[in-house]
Design a protein around this ligand. Structure first.
Ligand code: NAI
Length: 483
């Protein structure tokens, strides 16, 4: 089997070298094709941080094992890490956080074992980075949550949880506030849960989840989250088990999967051969298991666990009374412990499985679309305009534009209604949302809306607009606070 490998930036080459030396010593039956990705590729003028050849190799081989990569600051380029995950639709980001004996934490000292798997949506949410300045004072970010994207991820999470023999699968969300976006994600979660009656499925609001994770981490097994919340919660979980040095990450897709550590390029310790390679090694072990190479994975994992238990450590963790070793010596210690079994950790599976990884080529971009036979109607429009008028003056002007087709129903500022009712204490910024609805509750046509846009643009700068869609009795838009 051949995989693509990218060393990455900063400490990337040092930890990749350490991990590949361990793989080689264990006789892992993999061939590597090194690809050009990272900051130095951006610097050469490739705006997506990878060469065309790297892209082709990864698409042909289907597996990328990568070191951390730096996103150049202030050059308007997107993160190569996010670009890679999104371009190749690695929709499920699986991050496992386990108590490792030899890595002391408040929980290990208290005898509370942790074994949490975070499954984070990896493509959607605010990570599209679709952002606009609507006025010189107001920035807007779009947050995409889709039904097919959520279902893809949540099905993966349930299937993985069942295979792992999990007791509980929990959805973290903020659907009490973001009723349409997180609401849709939660709805999909319970839709999929029906197909897995053997698993205990429940949900927790994400702020409460954070509190419960730091007070009772042993009560959670698999936690499913949207992209940004999943990113934040997984760093929290990394802290529970000893820090970023122990946080592996697998980005799983149907065609291409990417294995990497959660941490970044650690510029503060680059070039000193002192970085901890454990997180990249654990990511590599997840990759070996994904490829069916269970035996090699368990030999290496047992040796890693034995090494940690014996007190060998790099400078970022471990018993301060024992001198730390450097990256190379840490890798050599693991190699020296091949064949040894950890005393306090469960034994890993050793039988090789057929690989679950299948590489095949696509003729077209797959279209993910769910069937919906309920008729869609346009009930109105939210028009975002720039203005520093007071709400009453603004309403007076807007009322002139409605004509017979539209009624002005609400004006809001930063999501809070300020007209027809509101409070004098609501601070304003120079950008309002003017909501018009159809006067007779019949569906509007897009051409009508263009007419309204043109009319309003005579008085205001129109920043953007959103249609108010409905499906049967289901409204596809939220109300303003106070509406
Ligand atoms: P970072 O994870 O690189 O560093 C945070 C702290 O953790 C630093 O003190 C660092 O020394 C330490 N640290 C990280 N990994 C370590 C290891 N293996 N051994 C010992 N100590 C370790 O986060 P930061 O500084 O926010 O980001 C640096 C760069 O990395 C940025 O350009 C960022 O965009 C990039 N990055 C890349 C990621 C990826 O490739 N998946 C993920 C996160 C950040």
């Amino acid at each position: 089997m051949k995989i693509a490998v990218a060393n990455g930036d900063g400490i990337g080459p040092e930890i990749m070298q350490a991990v590949l030396s361990i793989f080689q010593a264990a006789g892992v039956s993999l061939e590597y094709e090194f690809v050009d990705m990272g900051k130095w590729v951006f610097d050469k003028g490739f705006s997506n941080g990878m060469t065309d050849q790297a892209k082709e190799t990864i698409e042909n081989l289907g597996i990328l094992f990568k070191g951390p990569m730096e996103t150049p600051k202030g050059k308007g380029v997107k993160s190569i890490n996010v670009t890679a995950r999104k371009t190749w639709n690695t929709y499920a980001n699986k991050r496992t956080f386990q108590t490792l004996h030899g890595v002391e934490t408040v929980f290990s000292k208290a005898g509370i074992p942790i074994d949490i798997t975070i499954v984070r949506e990896n493509i959607e949410d605010t990570y599209g980075g679709i952002e606009h300045m609507l006025t010189h004072d107001v920035a807007l970010s779009r947050r995409f949550i889709t039904r097919p994207g959520s279902l893809q991820l949540i099905k993966y999470a349930f299937e993985m949880a069942r295979q792992k023999g999990t007791r509980r699968i929990t959805c973290g969300h903020k659907a009490n506030i973001m009723k349409l976006t997180d609401g849709l994600f939660l709805e999909c979660f319970y839709e999929v849960a029906k197909e897995y009656p053997d698993l205990k499925a429940d949900d927790v609001i994400v702020d409460d989840l954070c509190m419960k994770l730091v007070t009772r981490p042993d009560s959670f097994d698999v936690v499913v989250l949207t992209n940004l919340q999943g990113d934040i919660v997984s760093d929290l979980c990394a802290g529970l088990v000893g820090g970023l040095g122990f946080a592996p990450s697998a980005n799983i897709g149907d065609h291409i999967s990417i294995f990497e550590a959660v941490h970044g390029t650690a510029p503060d310790i680059t070039g000193r051969n002192i970085a901890n390679p454990t997180a990249l090694l654990l990511s590599g072990l997840a990759m070996l298991r994904h490829l069916g190479l269970m035996q090699s994975a368990s030999v290496i994992e047992n040796a890693l666990l034995f090494t940690l238990e014996s007190g060998v450590h790099t400078g970022d963790f471990g018993d301060k009374s024992i001198l730390p070793v450097n990256t190379t010596t840490f890798a050599e210690a693991i190699i020296g412990n091949f064949g040894k079994q950890p005393l306090n950790s469960p034994k890993a599976a050793e039988i090789d499985h057929p690989s679950t990884c299948t590489v095949f080529h696509l003729e077209h971009n797959p279209m993910l679309e769910s069937v919906d036979d309920v008729q869609e109607k346009i009930m109105g429009v939210d028009i975002f305009i720039e203005s520093n008028l007071q709400p009453e003056e603004l309403a007076e002007k807007c009322l002139r534009h409605g004509g017979i087709k539209y009624k002005l129903v609400s004006i809001s500022n930063r999501g809070t209604q300020v007209w027809p009712t509101g409070s004098i204490y609501t601070n304003l910024v120079n950008q309002y949302n003017i909501r018009f609805e159809s006067t007779d509750d019949t569906s509007l046509r897009q051409n009508d809306i263009i007419g309204l846009y043109a009319s309003l643009s005579g008085d205001f700068k129109v920043c953007s607009l959103e249609l108010l869609n409905s499906w049967g009795s289901k409204k596809g838009y939220s109300l303003a606070q106070g509406q």
